[in-house]
Write a protein that binds this ligand. Structure first.
Ligand SMILES: [Cu+2]
Length: 137
C-alpha cells in the first residue's frame, strides 16, 4: 500500500526541471495513475479530509467509477462525470460517452467518510481495471 510518498516523489521530480513538459502525462501531479488497463497503484490510502487525484497517464480513455455496493454506507457516491449512481454512470458512458477522463486529464475526489472504497474503469473493467481507496480516520 502506498501513501503520500508517491505524490511527493512526483512533485519533487517536477520541481527538478520537468515543469512545462506535460506532453507525456508522466509529470502530471497525481496520486493514482491510469495506464492502459490499470490504476497505479491499485490500492491507495489517505486520511479523512484528503483529496485523491487520479490522472490518465496513458493514451486510452478511462473512467473512475465507484461500485455502489462497495463504498462505506454513509459515503456519498462518486464517479467521473459527477453521476449519483453506478447505474447512471454506466448508462451515460455507453449511451453518450460521458464521464470520460481523456489522456492527460485528471479527476479529484475528497474523502470525508472513513472506510474502503472500491471503484473501476467502465471500459476496462473486463480487463481487471479496478482499484481501492482506503480512507483512515
Ligand atoms: Cu480504463
Amino acid at each position: 500500500m502506498q501513501r503520500r510518498a508517491f505524490l511527493s516523489t512526483l512533485a519533487g521530480v517536477s520541481t527538478a526541471g520537468l515543469a512545462g513538459c506535460l506532453g507525456s502525462g508522466q509529470s502530471i501531479e497525481h496520486d493514482i495513475g491510469m495506464s492502459a488497463n490499470a490504476f497505479l497503484p491499485a490500492e491507495f490510502e489517505v486520511s479523512v479530509g484528503e483529496t485523491v487525484t487520479w490522472a490518465n497517464t496513458g493514451s486510452r480513455n478511462h473512467s473512475v467509477t465507484a461500485y455502489s455496493r462497495a463504498i462505506p454506507e454513509k459515503a456519498e457516491y462518486f464517479a467521473s462525470g459527477g453521476f449519483d449512481s453506478e447505474e447512471a454512470a454506466r448508462n451515460a458512458w455507453f449511451g453518450k460517452a460521458e464521464g470520460v477522463i481523456s489522456s492527460n486529464e485528471t479527476y479529484e475526489r475528497t474523502f470525508e467518510v472513513p472506510g474502503r472504497y472500491e471503484y473501476f474503469c467502465i471500459p476496462h473493467e473486463p480487463a481487471g481495471m479496478v482499484g481501492t481507496v482506503v480512507v483512515r480516520q
